[in-house]
Design a protein around this ligand. Structure first.
Ligand code: ATP
Ligand code: MG
Length: 217
């Protein structure tokens, strides 16, 4: 990409939807909606700005390698990714939820999670889960899943899950309950460090507009 073109990595769904007002505040309007379009590269009203639509967990990777100049990713994804090569100037306060430990209703978590005990934990977030339980002195067998974590305790795959919770509706519908809060999650702006230098005049006004729209300037 040339020095006056910008590529922005976003995931479809809630991050795209909640990012639209921020993009609008920066004068950027996508020409298509990724929910209905199958295109992975979407143009905008600005001829030099395009969006690439990627999996939420792939946003940091596209930005790290400079395939996108910046992007928006959940803190959950950023903790697991590690943040290498990424400048994280802003908490955008969108896609807010909490990383929680949850178990089947009636499971005696207080007893099961005593220091020295061993617990089977299913999660999409092995690093976050391992660090949390190490901090409590609880030994864990981490079982990596890619989705539908709620099922694991119901069929005996694990004792507990580590997952994102917002309303708690999915836990409730599956007879689970949240028993421990690990960390508050929201989405962050992530910028490629080299792009920030080379394309500073293009990127900084967008960061400023996002900051103002997110109520942080
Ligand atoms: P995929 O659905 O493609 O497997 P994903 O589940 O990571 O990926 P989303 O569900 O769109 O994709 O989640 C994107 C980000 O939104 C997450 O990384 C997290 O930061 C945040 N998020 C996830 N679940 C919730 C929720 N229930 N409420 C608010 N924010 C959430
Ligand atoms: Mg999801």
């Amino acid at each position: 990409m040339t020095d006056n073109a910008l590529t922005i990595a976003l995931s479809k769904g809630r991050i795209f939807d909640e990012t639209l007002p921020l993009l609008a505040a920066a004068g950027i309007v996508p020409l298509e909606e990724p929910g209905s379009s199958r295109k992975l590269i979407i143009g905008t009203n600005l001829p030099n700005v395009r969006l690439v639509i990627v999996r939420a967990s792939d946003v940091p990777t596209y930005v790290q390698y400079g395939a996108a100049d910046f992007g928006i990713a959940g803190k959950d994804v950023l903790i697991e990714h590690g943040g290498d090569g990424l400048y994280q100037p802003l908490d955008l306060k969108i896609a807010k939820c909490r990383m929680m430990v949850a178990v089947r209703k009636g499971f005696d978590y207080a007893a099961a999670s005593q220091p020295g005990n061993r617990l089977r934990v299913a999660t999409k977030y092995p690093d976050i889960a391992a660090e949390h339980f190490a901090g409590k002195g609880v030994h864990v067998d981490i079982i990596k899943l890619y989705g539908s974590m709620e099922l694991a305790p119901l069929v005996g795959l694990s004792d507990a899950i580590v997952d994102l919770v917002s309303t708690g509706g999915t836990l409730k519908a599956n007879n689970l309950e949240a028993v421990e809060h690990i960390v508050d999650i929201s989405s962050r702006l992530v910028v490629n460090k080299a792009a920030l230098k080379v394309k500073h005049a293009l990127i900084q006004p967008i960061i400023n507009a996002f900051a103002e729209a997110a109520g942080q300037s």
